[in-house]
Design a protein around this ligand. Structure first.
Ligand SMILES: Cc1cc2nc3c(=O)[nH]c(=O)nc-3n(C[C@H](O)[C@H](O)[C@H](O)COP(=O)(O)OP(=O)(O)OC[C@H]3O[C@@H](n4cnc5c(N)ncnc54)[C@H](O)[C@@H]3O)c2cc1C
Length: 494
């Protein structure tokens, strides 16, 4: 993604890009669910959506279904879209809260077209008129990230990027500045450059092994530290949403692609063994496994500086937050966008790096808070892990956000961050955090009027969904479906 993004923006500007990667090491081989922003990344690169979807076996994604997070048996969808429309400038959820508090209880989900479409396994592209139900929502993809990397490799090479196969075994630093002067490959080749972008995954070959930048460990807030992943045959037509099911010691994902379903169990090894986690995952697959389960180890957190001297860490080398809200590929995109905007010259102004780090720190902080919300907005206390979350001290930024919601459904707006107020509403209401009051201005309408308007919205949302095609049919008709042998899988197993 980085080579593709930079080569698109800087081609013909006298900048040459060399991508060094090692087939022997390979990529992490997971990462299948994304956020809507990736569409704008592809568009900026001039990539045709259908070509991309066929190449990566992508399905459409309308949101994430969360099962068993508030209490066991609960389910809700965090959609890529708002609930209803503001009425007289007041967010819709305040009217829903008013009804709720007056005995008219309903699912907030009933006022969201993308949720209802997802629940029915339906999909179509948003229409051109934003004011219409069925137009005002976002969507993302569920895809094979290894195939995406291959796809972007071809794209980058076409844009002049030189790909060098080889393993980096050392970095040579300039004694006076500590900047990386060159990297040494195992095959004897040495490569010099002005700027090094470390996309080496958890290893952090340059940012950590060479520059010893340091890591902010966030395990006290997000203690899950392992995952086991396995693809399986799909049991039915691919659904346009990802599922995240809470478990005793973590949570399990289910991500439907065109040719298979991706599955994984993210867990805290304090409360479950690797064998037991693998057993639980394998015993809940919807179809036969297509590879051996793959074990992954991680520590939640981020590098102290994502840009240090002349090295910028993008991807897992910069940090990792568990994939509960599909944010890692998005953080890569944020890193690329910020780097393009603050692209240095040979003087490497300290202000560029400082601003880059400030922006990326905020992005990571915001994602951390949002992920943590899922664990703490819960009534569960049925296992050691859930009891741990009930007693933890939260970051101040999250405490303020939850307090403002709990009192009157108000959403403190962050200066920066990927998740906008409707996402916070989805999780807080979906996990049964019900405010004690609501925006007083919602009382301006009579209760009857509020009931009438919300009922009309619900009715038209269901009607719009009834006219929406099945997701699988849409993929086919749209020309996004790959022609492939069903059993082929690019998933690499250990
Ligand atoms: C359990 C789990 C689930 C995830 N799910 C999602 C998800 O649903 N959505 C999402 O957005 N993200 C997800 N992610 C994150 C996602 O997988 C990564 O953000 C994404 O794959 C990018 O990884 P990367 O390129 O930083 O690292 P990697 O994939 O590890 O790639 C590192 C590259 O560096 C090369 N390399 C490493 N060392 C050397 C060396 N010494 N010399 C030469 N080359 C080297 C490797 O060959 C490889 O090409 C998940 C991560 C985990 C752990």
């Amino acid at each position: 993604m980085t080579a593709a993004g930079l080569s698109n923006k800087y081609k013909d500007l006298g900048i040459s890009i060399e991508l060094v990667e090692s087939n022997q090491i390979g990529t992490i081989g997971v990462g299948e669910a994304t956020l809507p922003h990736i569409r704008f990344f592809n568009q900026a690169l001039g990539i045709d959506e259908r070509d991309f979807m066929r190449a990566t076996r992508a399905t459409f994604k309308l949101g994430i279904e969360f099962c068993d997070w508030g209490t066991i048996g609960d389910r809700y969808i965090h959609p890529f879209g708002d609930y209803g429309e503001p009425i007289n400038g007041v967010d819709f959820h305040h009217f829903w809260l008013r009804l709720w508090q007056n005995g008219h209880k309903s699912r907030l989900d009933d006022y969201s077209y993308p949720i209802l479409a997802a629940e029915s396994g339906k999909f179509q592209l948003p229409g051109p008129d934003n004011s219409e139900i069925g137009s005002n929502f976002g969507y993302a993809y569920q895809f094979d990230s290894s195939l995406y990397a291959k796809f972007l490799r071809t794209y980058s090479e076409t844009n002049g990027v030189v790909r060098t196969e080889g393993k980096v075994i050392d970095a040579i630093l300039t004694p006076e500045t500590g900047f990386v002067e060159s990297i040494q490959l195992e095959n004897g080749k040495r490569i010099e450059a002005d700027l090094f972008i470390d996309c080496s995954g958890f290893r952090g070959v340059l940012i950590e092994q060479a520059l010893e930048t340091g890591y902010d460990d966030w395990s006290q807030w997000l203690p899950c530290n392992r995952a086991v992943a396995v693809p399986c045959e799909a049991a039915g037509p691919s659904l346009p949403f990802t599922r995240a099911t809470a478990r005793d010691a973590g949570w399990q994902w289910r991500i439907p692609l065109q040719h298979r379903t991706g599955n994984g169990y993210v867990y805290w090894n304090e409360f479950i063994s690797d064998d037991e986690a693998t057993h639980q995952l394998m015993s809940t697959l919807e179809g036969p496994a297509l590879a051996d389960p793959k074990q992954l180890y991680f520590k939640t957190g981020k590098r102290r500086k994502l840009w240090n001297k002349n090295v910028v860490a993008i991807g897992l080398s910069g940090g990792f937050l568990e994939p509960l809200e599909s944010t890692s590929i998005h953080l890569i995109q944020e890193g690329i966008t910020a780097l393009i905007e603050m692209f240095p010259d040979q003087n490497f102004e300290a202000t560029d790096a400082a601003e880059y780090n400030r922006r990326m720190d905020l992005n990571f902080d915001r994602v951390r808070d949002f992920l943590l919300l899922h664990y703490v907005a819960t009534q569960r206390d049925d296992s050691e892990m859930w009891r741990y979350f009930r007693n933890m001290t939260l970051p101040d930024s999250l405490t303020e956000k939850i307090d403002a919601w709990n009192t009157r459904g108000y959403l403190l707006r962050y200066e920066q961050g990927v998740f906008l107020p409707p996402s916070w509403v989805a999780v807080m209401a979906g996990q049964n955090l019900m405010p004690t009051s609501y925006d007083l201005r919602a009382n301006k309408l009579s209760l009857e009027d509020v009931l009438r308007q919300t009922e009309a919205l619900k009715h038209s949302s269901y009607a719009a969904v009834a006219n929406t095609p099945d997701h699988a049919d849409f993929l086919d008709k749209y020309g996004a479906k790959a022609r492939f042998e069903p059993m082929t899988s690019s998933f690499s197993s250990v």
